[in-house]
Design a binder for this molecule. Structure first.
Ligand code: FAD
Ligand code: NAI
Length: 475
């Protein structure tokens, strides 16, 4: 007799573990299956995000920023640091410790919420009598069944043809987060989110970083004005970003990697790097799920096909997170996980794609929500713009971090906020106010009339809102 649950979640990343907790909170008997292993072979729930994504990358971004500040920024504050040196093993050990805290935290949350955890790979076996039978293979072999299944199997890095990851010379995000020495010359293919974040980490720690990007525009998904400003700031920091590049060949040698490419002007190059990060997007992970056994449909791009409510083609089978359409973001996966659990309970869970914030955790950070100026232009929407530079913000001056700006886009007639874009200090935190405002369909005047603490970076948000009506006070 197989163990039966109301809900089985396959995948324990942010989409899966959150869906499982919410389902259990709603009174369902719930199981979550996740196959990620830690270095000792034990369970490490949390998926890409916890193990080789959001969490370890932010840990290294923080550590490397401290190192850079100690070397370059402290002197201005009257703090002289002598004999500064990098203890990379300690930096990596700290990162691993944070990852473990998160893994253990999820196991604790499963216990607290009475979610049964299975460590292993979950695969569909059959559908019979309104139940799905799922095999778990791993540390313990099990067969379990459920009426409702939530698939949250995430994504894996896309391989550049001819340049498979060996995680020694050619690195995915996994290898890029665990280098045991700072490479003198680091190549990065792809100037997307991973390329910029990981490129920033290793540049701060001493690498000469060259980023090679196929597209002729920098950060096409970001508001053009903000992307331009960010591009200038990154160049000033010494990150060499080359746009419109065509990669011809990647050749891994014994100790280095040669990349042959043609630049935007048609000039051929042969660049030799000590390490090469390839960050050219990610692909949905459906390997091992055995969806064919139950007739699970994929879309033309290999994602699990779902409707707006995350329903697959199969009754009571849902899919959330990176394995389905939409931005590959942990908070998007979580929102979908919660919404699906609530829909299973007959509630009306919903995810508002227009108010999903995006953040790039470089320095300065880039954060946005809603429409970009280029999107509004393309859609023929009449809009007003208000911008405010951090240079004119007292708290930013006190912090010693005055780069960047806040930008508001509001409807020309109704003044409803259509988009907010920030490049600057703690943009990841500042954007939350804009998300709340947009969820409540606030106008820029609403934000302009709200009292913001002084001195705070959030005053730049208020001032940018005031600037929509051309009445900024401090600029
Ligand atoms: P995942 O997190 O990929 O989890 C899927 C889990 O399912 C994995 O544990 C996998 O082992 C398991 N699994 C797969 N198949 C099976 C199976 N058949 N049986 C059992 N288990 C299975 N997003 C942000 O929002 N903010 C960030 O700062 C951020 N930083 C990132 C940095 C990097 C370097 C990377 C690579 C990604 C980052 N992301 C970030 C993206 C984020 O990690 C993903 O969007 C998020 O992890 C997706 O969650 P998920 O639950 O869909 O899938
Ligand atoms: P990405 O989609 O952000 O960037 C990939 C870049 O590689 C693009 O600019 C693309 O034009 C370029 N590219 C593609 N093929 C190329 C080629 N052959 N040669 C040169 N350039 C090429 O993908 P990335 O950085 O791999 O990240 C994957 C996902 O992880 C993203 O979708 C993102 O959502 C998520 N992520 C989120 C983070 C965050 O929220 N802060 C941090 C890191 C990753």
């Amino acid at each position: 007799m197989s163990k039966n649950f109301d809900v089985v979640v396959i995948g324990g990343g942010p989409g899966g573990y959150i869906a499982a907790i919410r389902a259990a909170q709603l009174g369902f008997t719930t199981a979550c299956i996740d196959e990620w292993k830690n270095a000792k072979g034990g369970p490490a729930p949390g998926g890409t995000c916890t193990n080789v994504g959001c969490i370890p990358s932010k840990a290294l971004l923080q550590s490397s920023e401290h190192y850079e500040h100690a070397g370059h920024a402290f002197a201005e504050h009257g703090i002289d640091v002598k004999g500064l040196s990098l203890n990379l093993p300690q930096m990596l050990a700290r990162k691993e410790g944070i990852v473990k805290q998160n893994n253990d935290g999820i196991l604790y949350l499963f216990k607290k919420n009475k979610v049964t955890f299975f460590h292993g790979r979950g695969a569909f076996a059959k559908a019979e009598g309104g139940l799905y039978e799922i095999t778990v293979s791993g540390a313990a072999e099990e067969v379990i069944s459920a009426k409702h299944v939530v698939i949250a199997t995430g994504s894996t890095p896309r391989v550049l043809p001819g340049a498979p990851y060996d995680e020694k010379l050619i690195l995915s995000n996994d290898g890029a987060l665990s280098l045991d020495a700072v490479p003198a010359k680091l190549g990065v293919i792809g100037a997307g989110v991973i390329g910029l974040e990981m490129g920033s980490v290793w540049r701060r720690l001493g690498s000469e970083v060259t980023v090679l990007e196929a597209l002729p525009v920098f950060l096409g998904m970001v508001d053009e004005q903000i992307a331009k400003e960010a591009g200038k700031l990154f160049a000033k920091q010494g990150l060499s970003i080359n746009l419109g590049v065509k990669i011809d060949a990647v050749k891994a040698g014994k100790k280095d990697v040669t990349v042959e490419y043609v630049d935007a002007k048609g000039v051929e190059h042969k660049a030799v790097f000590d390490k090469l990060i390839v960050s050219i997007g990610r692909l949905p992970n459906t390997v091992g799920l055995n969806g064919d056994a139950v007739g699970l449909k994929l879309d033309e791009r290999g994602f699990i096909a779902v409707d707006g409510d995350c329903k697959t083609n199969l009754p009571n089978v849902w899919a959330v997170g990176d394995v389905v359409r939409g931005p590959m973001l942990a908070h998007k996966a979580e929102e979908e996980g919660v919404a699906v659990a609530e829909r299973i309970a007959g509630q009306h869970g919903h995810v508002n794609f227009n108010t999903l914030p995006g953040v790039i955790y470089t320095s300065p950070e880039i954060a946005w929500v809603g429409k970009t100026e280029q999107q509004l232009k393309a859609a023929g929407v009449a809009y007003k713009v208000g911008t405010f530079p951090f240079m004119a913000n007292g708290r930013a001056r006190a912090l010693g971090d005055t780069s960047g700006m806040v930008k508001f886009l509001a409807d020309a007639k109704s003044d409803e906020i259509l988009g907010v874009h920030i490049v600057g200090p703690l943009a990841s935190e500042l954007i939350a106010e804009a998300v709340v405002a947009m969820e409540f369909r606030a106008s820029s005047e609403d934000i302009a009339r709200i009292c913001h603490a002084h001195p705070s970076l959030s005053e730049a948000t208020k001032e940018a809102a005031l600037a929509v009506d051309k009445r900024a006070l401090n600029f």
